[in-house]
Design a protein around this ligand. Structure first.
Ligand code: GAR
Length: 216
């Protein structure tokens, strides 16, 4: 197998998506490896998950920096030193500046628990339920300066049930998040994705579109 794509995972909390990426990297011939996990918050379970998997971790606590730019300079330095080629935001709850996003253009991806462009921002599940929508889901996308915006790589659809609460819906969507994040990384690492006219496209559609919507 050829060289693996080096990924850096940025987290702020629980780390279940980090865990799904770690598990994927353990599978045969997975084309990417996690070279560093960076947290902007100390003492979070995601850090324990990374340490248990013996992945180098770094805490860059944003509270220690007076300016957002200084925090990002440090972040950029750590990612560069680790030779990261793709940054995966996995529950990273910190807005990044346009400057940082430009530095990593088309090399940062994010997971968001809704079918973007619907329900950007926080409190997505409540808003989806209250809107009366019959479906929600999750999205992996390339990061652009506007929050929760950018070329969509993969989405998974989850039906909203009549008696759903924010928690029950979040739990079902999380199951899908854990499937599509590794798949998105795999598609990028194997150079299956190109960006044209602001849209992410599959170069050689090895997966039918339906499989990208609901991968198993
Ligand atoms: C996930 O549901 C992810 O989609 C969401 O935070 C959670 C992190 O969980 N991300 C966002 O809302 C970003 N806008 P995890 O720490 O267990 O992966």
């Amino acid at each position: 197998m050829s060289r693996k794509l080096k990924i850096g995972v940025l987290i702020s909390g629980r780390g279940s998506n980090l865990h799904s990426l770690i598990e994927a990297t353990k599978t045969n011939n997975f084309p990417a490896e996690i070279v560093i996990v960076i947290a902007n918050v100390p003492n979070i379970t995601g850090l324990e998950i990374a340490k248990k998997a013996r992945i180098p971790v770094q805490i860059i606590n944003h509270k220690n920096f007076n300016e957002r730019e200084f925090f990002e300079d440090e972040l950029h330095g750590v990612l560069t030193k680790a030779k990261v080629e793709l940054v995966c935001l996995a529950g990273f709850m910190r807005i990044l500046t346009d400057h940082f996003i430009d530095l990593w253009l088309d090399k940062i991806i994010n997971i968001h628990p809704s079918l973007l462009p619907s329900f950007k921002g926080l409190n997505t599940h409540n808003r989806a339920i209250e809107s009366g929508a019959k479906f929600s889901g999750c999205t992996i996308h390339f990061v652009r300066p506007e929050m929760d915006d950018g070329p969509i790589i993969i989405q998974a659809v989850v039906a909203i049930e009549q008696n759903d609460t924010s928690d029950t819906l979040a739990n079902r969507i999380l199951v899908e998040e854990h499937k599509i994040y590794p798949l998105a990384v795999k598609l990028i690492a194997t150079k299956q994705i190109s960006i044209r006219n602001g849209q992410a496209r599959l170069k050689n559609p090895i997966y039918p579109r339906s499989a990208l919507l609901n991968p198993c």
